[in-house]
Design a protein around this ligand. Structure first.
Ligand code: PLP
Length: 459
């Protein structure tokens, strides 16, 4: 592609994206493709000779777009919704164009220093002090694996030289995201040593049972090393008692990692700082701008107050990557597994500047208020019940019937193409989950989701 051909194709793509963003509802939110349909529509092998861009783009529209589930659709209320905001998309475009790789400060000062700046701004908005060091990961799942490795380094530093330690145990609630367990598995903590603590009636980890489990494990000769409370659990957005977890972490000398992948963004709003109450004592914390802060996937932030421990766990510098020491030249490769580093910070910096804290705060407050309104409507409807206290922008509800009836309601709503909802299992029961988080979602979209749920229950 010559620069002129690139310019022409680039304009075409930007025009296409502008039309798409102007009205994503022109597509069904949930792809109607059958499994394998896209694979079958494309040739089994790549072309020997290069093809014309127009042809390729036509196939993108004809075959790829129908296979897309539209996370940018205002009716996307499944899992945790997210948005590719225009400044975020522009940041991705420029990052791809520059293709600069922050393996070291020297290999791209912009990648390293913009990451430091953007993460410092975000941290301040979240009410975290300047003790906190941030590093961007692709996902919270990768980030928690790094946090657990740092926790292990803190509690069992011998692991780095011997590869061995007493059996380590980690604690999270039974509502914690599966990434905690996966991260533990990845660093060699056996599955039975991931202790899932029972929750109270509001789906919050029970601190009394946490303490009991730690005592039991100590008695059994195991080595507790980390507690992972969640602020904003995946199913119900419940908030674990972080301050009580912090007290136990301190008493037993354990690492405290806070999973605020979803709800951390809400702490950008000054009236939601309380969400991180107790987290100021944590050793590490994760928040995902690619969940609720209008940032296109992927961008998750791991913050830690003990960067030296993270570094001790991961630093390994081969000769060809050795550079002159300079306290202002940070080499992120020393703080984790990845060497190659995408310029993800650019999109975050664009977003923070474009919206400012005010606009992001407004969005979060509004979305929470629509969830609160919906939860009242659910309570007022004799056919439905709230399946969990409404927290933040998540509403878990249930038709007062069987699991099959609830599943059928969800399927009917999703078949409309207007709204996409997902489900959860609470107390062994199937629950419909409405998770508001897309920048394009309005009060009317949420009300439409409720109308469709109610209508689907009558069919
Ligand atoms: N933590 C929580 C509370 C989540 O809800 C999720 C995903 O939804 C994750 C972690 C994992 O996030 P990621 O997809 O960035 O790995």
């Amino acid at each position: 592609m010559s620069p002129e051909e690139f310019r022409k194709a680039g304009h075409q793509v930007v025009d296409w994206l502008a039309d798409y963003l102007a009205d994503p509802t022109q597509y069904p939110v949930l792809s109607r493709n059958q499994p394998g349909q896209l694979i079958d529509a494309l040739p089994p092998s790549g072309p020997e000779a290069g093809e014309a861009w127009d042809q390729i783009f036509q196939d993108f529209e004809r075959h790829v777009v129908p296979a897309v589930t539209h996370w940018n659709h205002p009716g996307f209320m499944a899992y945790f919704a997210n948005t590719a905001s225009p400044p975020g998309i522009l940041g991705e475009m420029l990052a791809a164009g520059l293709n600069t790789n922050g393996i070291l400060w020297k290999s791209s000062p912009a990648v390293t220093e913009l990451e430091q700046v953007a993460l410092s701004w975000l941290r301040q908005w979240m009410g975290l002090t300047d003790e906190w060091f941030g590093v961007i990961h692709d996902t919270a799942s990768t980030g928690v694996m790094h946090a657990l490795a740092a926790a292990r380094q803190a509690v069992a530093p011998e692991i780095r030289s011997t590869g061995q330690s007493a059996p380590l145990t980690v604690y999270c609630s039974e509502q914690a995201h599966s990434s905690v367990e996966k991260g533990a598995l990845a660093i060699g903590v056996g599955q039975p040593n991931v202790r899932k603590i029972a929750v109270d009636s509001a789906f919050r980890m029970r601190a009394d049972l946490l303490e009991q489990a730690i005592e039991e494990d100590l008695g059994a000769g195991k080595k507790p090393f980390c507690i992972v409370p969640t602020v904003g659990t995946t199913a119900t957005a419940s908030i674990d008692p972080v301050r009580e977890c912090a007290k136990l972490a301190q008493r037993y000398c354990l690492w405290l990692h806070v999973d605020a992948a979803y709800a951390g963004s809400a702490a950008v709003a000054p009236d939601y700082h309380w969400l991180l109450d107790g987290a100021e004592q944590a050793d590490s914390l994760i928040t995902n701008p690619h969940k609720w802060l209008v940032t296109p996937v992927d961008l998750s932030v791991l913050y830690t107050r003990r960067p030296e421990v993270l570094r001790a766990a991961f630093s390994l510098i081969p000769e060809y990557l050795r550079t002159a020491e300079n306290p202002r030249a940070l080499n992120y490769m020393e703080y984790g597994i990845p060497l190659g580093r995408r310029f993800r910070a650019l999109k975050l910096w664009f977003i923070l500047r474009t919206y400012g804290r005010q606009k992001l705060t407004e969005m979060i407050r509004e979305q929470i208020s629509w969830a609160a309104e919906l939860s009242k409507q659910v309570e007022a409807d004799p056919n439905f019940e709230l399946a969990a206290p409404q927290m933040l922008s998540v509403v878990c509800l249930r038709y007062k019937g069987t699991d099959e009836e609830n599943r059928a309601i969800l399927d009917r709503v999703n078949a409309t193409g207007e709204i996409f909802l997902s489900h959860a299992s609470l107390h062994g029961r199937y629950v419909i989950r409405v998770a508001i988080g897309n920048l394009g979602t309005t009060r009317a979209t949420v009300q439409r989701a409720w109308e469709l749920i109610q209508q689907s229950a009558l069919l």
